[in-house]
Design a protein around this ligand. Structure first.
Ligand code: PLP
Length: 268
């Protein structure tokens, strides 16, 4: 019999810096001695207004005892109508977080290089390390602008496989300058563009480009604009495989977390 499981944990995972998770209202409330309703919590970019009444009604009427559709057909069809992007390009997940992980899992073999542009959302480097990637940081400039020359140089020097971009960027909200995405899409790598906050920016989403752009993956989420962070509904648009199936549907079928929430996503 083994004495401890620690010795069996993958050494690269055992050596990782722990991700600092958010502190829930009730825990903060107990720590601070302040009632939860008197706390204004800004650390997780949650939407303080809550979801639309139709979404609440859909949640109330959900069949929680039934396994949800693993392929999220109704949600993907609704999103196809909403975005104009065919459902074959759309994949639903348990928040953008799961889709970041699935994208890395599908693309990254141990040691492959992912380019990250900090300061930015911490999940990219964390999930990169979790998936065995070598995460190369190309720091943003003092005004948070992307260092496009630096990204191109790093991509070539390391034969990088994936570039992660966040626009509007968390934490500063900066957008991609005109022409930047076109320039970076010319690199021989996949660009994963996280648009978690695009609905607040006044800028157009780049999702419409996905069907004709083989190396572009766009992430969107219901957590922010639709105020459904608690349901964990994210959406990814990917170039489909030759047979029309989204690239990682196989992996997604194994991953059931959060699927009940898709019903609320359709109502939203
Ligand atoms: C840039 C960015 N992407 C993704 C997420 C996670 O989104 P989700 O709730 O859909 O997992 C966050 C959450 O704060 C974020 O800031």
């Amino acid at each position: 019999m083994i004495e401890t499981v620690e010795a069996l944990v993958r050494p690269d995972i055992a050596g990782m810096e722990p991700y600092t998770p958010i502190v829930p209202y009730e825990v903060l409330s107990a720590q601070l001695g302040i009632p939860p309703e008197r706390i204004v919590k800004l650390d997780a970019n949650e939407n303080p207004y809550g979801p639309a009444p139709r979404v609440r009604a859909a949640i109330d009427s959900a069949n929680l005892h039934i396994y949800p559709d693993p392929e999220s057909r109704r949600l993907r069809d609704a999103l196809a109508a909403f975005t104009g992007v065919p459902a074959a390009h759309i994949m639903a997940g348990a928040g953008a977080d799961e889709l970041i992980d699935l994208t890395l899992r599908a693309l990254i073999a141990p040691g492959d290089v992912v380019i990250n542009c900090p300061p930015t959302f911490g999940m990219y480097s964390f999930d990169g390390a979790l998936n065995g990637a070598r995460v190369v940081a190309v720091q943003r400039r003092a005004d948070f602008a992307l260092d496009l020359d630096g990204i191109e140089a790093a991509a070539r020097a390391h034969s990088a496989k994936l570039l992660v971009l966040c626009a509007p960027n968390n934490p500063d909200g900066s957008l991609l300058p005109a022409g930047a995405l076109d320039r970076l899409l010319r690199l021989p790598l996949v660009v994963m563009l996280d648009e978690a906050y695009v609905e607040f920016s006044g800028a157009a989403s780049h999702i419409a480009r996905v069907p004709e752009t083989p190396n572009l993956v766009v992430l969107r989420t219901f957590s922010k604009w639709a105020a459904l962070a608690g349901l964990r509904v994210g959406v990814r648009r990917v170039p489909p495989l030759a047979d029309g199936a989204p690239v990682e549907d196989q992996a997604a079928v194994q991953c059931q977390r959060g699927r009940d929430s898709r019903r609320a996503g359709v109502a939203g």
